[in-house]
Design a protein around this ligand. Structure first.
Ligand code: ADP
Ligand code: MG
Length: 220
């Protein structure tokens, strides 16, 4: 199983401006890939296409053998919920819910909240938050909040983990902790990790780097 992109491109805006051109790549299950490049090079846009949060203007994207453009939006939501985890620069935790309840959010729609509770607790424990599960987001540090968001992304044991500058608002100690979590998840669970980062030190930790420049893949 894999993510396969064939000649995908993206135009955005009115009048349209070209953001991605002729992107072809293949990411095998279990890979750890970094999407790198300067600000504005198209990293986030490509991640959104890979993860079905956005659709290409042309070309084709398949995940696990499915052509995502052929799925209706219910099936797409279900597929995403079940098989994909997302982490962004900002955590988007729900302010009124405890850390544990936030982690359990993706399980609610799938009616797996009670089934997944032990997994949610175990993730928070692994991430050093055992004593803080009942806290609200504002009672946690920035690094802790991001770890809660990562636990939320992992609670369904997704095959794919997509992260857009997840260390972008963290200090270097917490950035290193987050990277270590991604590396562990990739090794232990064979989760495919696609990480957007403009930081070369983090990109180097991936087994493969894809460098974007002006919306095109630069061959190394
Ligand atoms: N919604 C949008 N409307 C117009 N231009 C956009 C939009 N989103 C992204 N762009 C442009 O597309 C290019 C790539 O953006 P992005 O994928 O966010 O780059 P990166 O994540 O590498 O910083 C940039 O030039 C950006 O200004
Ligand atoms: Mg970006």
């Amino acid at each position: 199983m894999s993510i396969v992109v064939q000649h995908a491109g993206k135009e955005i805006g009115v009048p349209p401006s070209r953001v991605l051109s002729d992107i072809s790549l293949e990411i095998q299950d279990g890979e750890f890939v970094a999407l790198t490049g300067r600000s504005g090079s198209g990293k986030s846009t490509l991640l959104y296409l890979l993860s079905s949060l956005d659709t290409p203007s042309e070309g084709k994207i398949e995940i696990s053998g499915k052509d995502l453009q052929k799925l209706n939006s219910d099936d797409l939501h279900l597929f995403r919920n079940r098989h994909m985890g997302f982490v962004f620069q900002f955590h988007y935790l729900i302010a009124e819910l405890t850390a544990l309840e936030n982690v359990l959010m993706p399980t609610v729609k799938l009616h797996q909240k009670e089934k997944r509770r032990p997994a949610a607790e175990s993730l928070l424990e692994q991430f050093g938050l055992k004593e803080k599960m009942a806290r609200l987001p504002r009672q946690l540090s920035g690094g802790e909040q991001q770890r809660v968001a990562i636990a939320r992304a992992l609670v369904m044991e997704p095959q794919y983990l997509f992260a857009d500058e997840p260390t972008g608002s963290l200090d270097s100690v917490n950035g290193d902790i987050v990277m270590k979590i991604f590396i562990d998840v990739n090794l232990k669970n064979k989760t495919t990790v696609v990480l957007v980062t403009h930081e070369p030190d983090f990109a180097r930790l991936a087994r493969r780097q894809i460098l974007l420049k002006d919306g095109r893949i630069q061959q190394p």
